[in-house]
Design a protein around this ligand. Structure first.
Ligand SMILES: [Fe+2]
Ligand SMILES: [Fe+2]
Length: 487
């Protein structure tokens, strides 16, 4: 007999706890239109029901037919009558008793905002996949370029084609500056680990440029606000209160920014003169070996600049001081005898980008660390030391976008979701909590909103995936976008 009844989640939990199972026959959504339970999913554990309850849904409708409804622990189908309620078992009677209450609760649940056509989302998906493709090309071009620079230096004993690098990097930098939130689109390629030094050069350039742009924008707004108000005094007291040195208020112009990005790109150029045996050594470096590695910055790097008659001070400072101290008494910094205050902001940014990339990259002697843990560590080590570092790190977190658009994340509910926007992040779930592909496209979830249920937050303990990794689980609308934009 076909019928449907609205039942309280608590009663359903009880039934499943007693060994029974449920197939609703009707999709269950939360108030935001996100599918919590597919109509054909057989619920055999209470986990999913608890997730539904955590979503603020206190009752659901269950259809009873041959293929759906409720079965007891012996596999006996328990019928539902159309008037509501079950016809046997203790829990059934409780359901009847609670029916009025449940109906009332159901009425109070907000209306669904589900738009099955969702053409706008589709457009956004195409845009993301196209930018990912461009980012991949830019990255590969820059990587080829750094490969060529290093091999030229090896062959000529120090010379390389500076103008070629300049043109190439300016192309990457334009992409990074002109595309909204561009850096986050590069991350998929950024954290691959072949050819470490080449990747590292491009990564530090991309990360550093993103932070610097963000920082520059932040400070130019701040300074403009003070100046518009004609308030030089306020600016001075703001700097004093925040213990900020005057170089925080350096506004980098477009040409400066390009030179600095180029410096980020070439920061480790001196490593070409350190032997691969030392650079790839699996164990701890000896004192002598570490002394040799140190030279890549203040000795070999500087030598290469001189050989090519490059006098640009941005380039020189980055190459020479990118292992300098960020605060007083910081250890293992070089060259020796440099005051942390004397290290320019853009060099400090280079050092943080350098540490971040080194830690999050896989090497022959170590695994890649989780990006979130690395950012947390950077905050722990540096943010408390001085206000400037704190401001740089805030720009850092805002720019890097831990969850790149177009990547796939796990939610705390166990669902898989496609990242639509790295800020928030804004997510589009496409499976239920048992990782069964949803048949309908739900509304995106903005995880930064206060009223977003915590089960929709990203599960940071699980690694970020690409759509190709989970291709078979993607719903057809996503598969279509991915295959259309594939190479
Ligand atoms: Fe270095
Ligand atoms: Fe480096």
């Amino acid at each position: 007999m076909v019928g449907s009844s609205r039942l309280s989640i608590d009663d359903l939990i009880q039934i499943v706890s007693n060994g029974g199972c449920i197939k609703t026959g009707i999709d269950v959504y939360n108030a935001k239109g996100t599918l919590l339970l597919d109509r054909d999913y057989l619920v055999e554990t209470t986990k999913i029901l608890n997730v539904i309850k955590d979503n603020g849904v206190n009752s659901i409708t269950v259809n009873s037919s041959e293929n759906s409804g409720i079965w007891d622990k012996d596999g006996k189908h328990i019928g539902l009558d159309a008037g509501g309620g079950l016809d046997s078992d203790d829990s059934i009677n409780r359901s009847k008793v609670n029916e009025d209450k449940v109906k009332q609760e159901a009425l109070q649940e907000p209306a669904l905002s589900f738009d099955p056509s969702a053409g706008e989302i589709e457009k956004k998906l195409y845009k993301i996949e196209e930018i990912k493709k461009t980012a991949k090309v830019k990255y590969a071009e820059a990587k080829e370029n750094v490969k060529k620079v290093l091999s030229d230096i090896r062959e000529t004993g120090g010379k390389f084609d500076y103008t070629e690098v300049e043109n190439n990097v300016s192309d990457l930098v334009s992409f990074l500056t002109e595309t909204d939130n561009a850096f986050s689109f590069l991350t998929k390629e950024l954290f691959s680990y072949d050819d470490y030094l080449y990747n590292h050069s491009v990564n530090v350039c991309a990360i550093g440029t993103a932070i610097l742009n963000r920082f520059n924008k932040h400070f130019s707004n701040l300074i403009n606000d003070f100046l518009r108000a004609g308030n030089q005094k306020a600016l001075a007291s703001f700097s004093r209160e925040n213990d900020l040195t005057t170089d925080c208020f350096t506004l980098f112009q477009k040409d400066d920014l390009s030179d600095i990005s180029l410096g980020f790109f070439l920061h480790d150029i001196g490593k070409v003169m350190v032997s691969d045996t030392i650079l790839n050594k699996q164990g701890k470096l000896t004192y002598k070996e570490f002394e040799e590695v140190k030279k890549h910055s203040f000795e070999y790097g500087t030598f290469i600049l001189e050989e090519n008659k490059l006098k640009n001070s941005y380039l020189k400072n980055i190459i020479k001081y990118h292992h300098g101290p960020l605060f007083e008494y910081e250890e293992r910094c070089y060259p020796e005898g440099v005051e942390f205050n004397a290290i320019p902001i853009y060099v400090k940014i280079c050092k943080l980008a350098d540490i971040f990339d080194a830690m999050t990259s896989k090497r022959c002697y170590k695994e890649a660390f989780n990006q979130i843990n690395v950012v947390t560590d950077l905050f722990r080590t540096y943010a408390q030391k001085n206000r400037l570092l704190q401001l740089i790190l805030h720009s850092f977190v805002k720019s890097i976008g831990i969850y790149p658009p177009g990547s796939i994340v796990y939610l705390k509910s166990g669902q898989l979701a496609y990242v639509l926007h790295s800020e928030g992040p804004i997510l589009l779930p496409f499976t239920d909590s048992a990782q069964i592909t949803l048949k309908k496209q739900p509304d995106p979830i903005d995880t930064a909103r206060r009223d977003t249920n915590k089960i929709y937050q990203v599960d940071a303990s699980r690694s970020v995936k690409t759509p190709t990794d989970v291709y078979d689980l993607l719903p057809s609308y996503l598969q279509k976008v991915i295959s259309k934009t594939a190479d």
